[in-house]
Every structure is written in structure tokens, then in C-alpha cells.
Design a protein. Structure first.
Length: 262
């Protein structure tokens, strides 16, 4: 029961949507650095290629690119078909791709709902459904296949920013993750969500630039998240250490959800 075996992900096959940038890039590096074979998929083909080049330089696991625009259903299907050509098993699926939209309530457009919910929620189901046969093939007794859904604290609390469709999509994702845990747990596949607080990413860049001090002041640990934080949480959920966790939504936020604001 040593830590090396408990948290081992060596040679596991992992798919990370949106794995070339931001939180997805942090997660991809965590898996590659620990010997996994990681497939990165997002619509930015150049970013996927660059991330794979950098990650393969680590010399432990490997990184591979399958670009796809997840707004397009046909691209989702093409990505899944390509993965099935390359692999007979998928041990870990990380649903990380997401988008945001901010606008005043009275001006919030209908397009912000269809665009954000499509990527943040609908496509999580689309991709998960598509790769389920590969997840089932990878699952063994005591080592189920894993789905890790990257949610947000904004799907739990009421944020001050006017990001209505984003908050709703992440709340929906947390519930979808629990529903999948029930249905797919019976097929030896776990499903869990990470409700992430603030991390350095393109999506958070403007918010952190303008409000970092205020955000940090509201976090009991007094800092924003690091790459090690989100990578470590994913390694836990993907390894033997996390094999009995199913249907959980884990707040990865330094305590912002429980911080007292007297």
C-alpha cells in the first residue's frame, strides 16, 4: 500500500479535451509526467501540436494530438473514431473543454446560452457516450475506468460576475456527473467532478488581472490554484487511490466556498 503504487497512472491511456491550454494543459502535464499516454484534443490544432511537443520533451509518458472543434457534432464523432483507430482502451477521460460568456443581465444574448451549454454540457455527454466502449474495455476489477469532469465553484455558489449561462452549465455538469456515476458505475466506470476555483488560464486572465487581490482575499488559503493542485487531484481520481470515489463533486478552490464573509 505504498504511495508509488496507490497513485500510479503509468501506461494508462488518457484523453483530455481542451488539454492544450490552461487547466487542461496542467492536467495533461500531470499525466505525462507520471508515465501516462495522453491524447489532447481541442479546436486549436497548433496549440495541440505545441503542447504535445513540450510534453513529449519530459521523456516519461507521451502526448498525442487529435484536433477537433467540439461545437461541431461531426468533429466530435471524427475525434472518437480517430481515437478508436489508435487505441482499443481508454482508462481516463477528462472532460475539460469549456467556454464562458459575460454580459449584463438586460443585454445577455440568446447565443450565449446555446454556445456555452453546447460546449460545457452537451458535448461532455456526446464525447463520454462516444468513448464509453473504450472505457469499458479498459476497466478491470479493482481498477475501473474514470471520467473526470472539470466543473466550477460557480456551479455551486452564486457568482458576482454576470456569467449566467456559464454558472448554469457548470451546475448542470455537476449533476450530469452524478447521473453518469450511477449509470456507468454499473459498467465499472466512475464519474466525478472537480469544482475548480481560480486558476491561471485564458478564461480567467481578464478576471484575475482586474480582481486578483479581491479574489485571493476571499480564499482561506490566500492564493489561487497551481498546476500541481489540479494535476494532483486528477492523478488521485485516476489512480488506485481514488478508485472507490464515484459521484463526488470535489471543491478544488482553496476553501473559497466555505470562507466566512462576516
Amino acid at each position: 500500500m505504498d504511495s508509488a503504487s496507490l497513485f500510479n497512472v503509468k501506461d494508462k491511456v488518457v484523453l483530455v479535451s481542451g488539454g492544450a491550454k490552461g487547466i487542461g494543459r496542467m492536467i495533461s502535464e500531470g499525466f505525462v509526467a507520471n508515465g501516462a499516454k495522453v491524447y489532447i484534443s481541442s479546436r486549436d490544432a497548433k496549440a495541440c501540436e505545441q503542447a504535445c511537443k513540450e510534453l513529449n520533451a519530459l521523456g516519461k509518458g507521451t502526448a498525442h494530438s487529435i484536433p477537433a472543434d467540439f461545437y461541431k457534432l461531426e468533429d466530435c464523432k471524427r475525434m472518437v473514431d480517430e481515437l478508436k483507430k489508435r487505441e482499443s482502451k481508454l482508462h481516463v477521460l477528462v472532460n475539460n473543454s469549456g467556454s464562458n460568456w459575460g454580459a449584463p443581465y438586460d443585454e445577455f444574448p440568446d447565443a450565449a446560452w446555446s454556445r456555452v451549454l453546447t460546449l460545457n454540457l452537451t458535448r461532455v455527454f456526446t464525447i463520454t457516450q462516444g468513448v464509453t466502449p473504450l472505457l469499458e474495455a479498459a476497466a478491470t476489477d479493482g481498477d475501473p475506468a474514470r471520467i473526470i469532469n472539470i466543473g466550477s465553484v460557480d456551479g455551486i455558489r452564486v457568482p458576482s460576475l454576470e456569467t449566467f449561462s456559464y454558472s448554469a452549465s457548470k451546475a448542470g455538469l455537476h449533476q450530469l456527473s452524478r447521473v453518469l456515476a450511477n449509470h456507468l458505475g454499473k459498467r465499472n466506470i466512475t464519474s466525478n467532478a472537480l469544482a475548480c476555483g481560480p486558476f491561471e488560464s485564458k478564461m480567467m486572465a481578464a478576471t484575475l488581472k482586474n480582481f486578483k487581490d479581491t479574489i485571493v482575499a476571499g480564499i482561506p488559503l490566500g492564493r489561487i490554484g497551481s498546476p500541481q493542485d489540479v494535476a494532483g487531484a486528477c492523478l488521485f481520481l485516476a489512480s488506485r487511490a481514488g478508485s472507490y470515489v464515484n459521484g463526488a463533486t470535489i471543491a478544488l478552490d482553496g476553501g473559497s466556498l466555505v470562507g466566512s464573509k462576516l
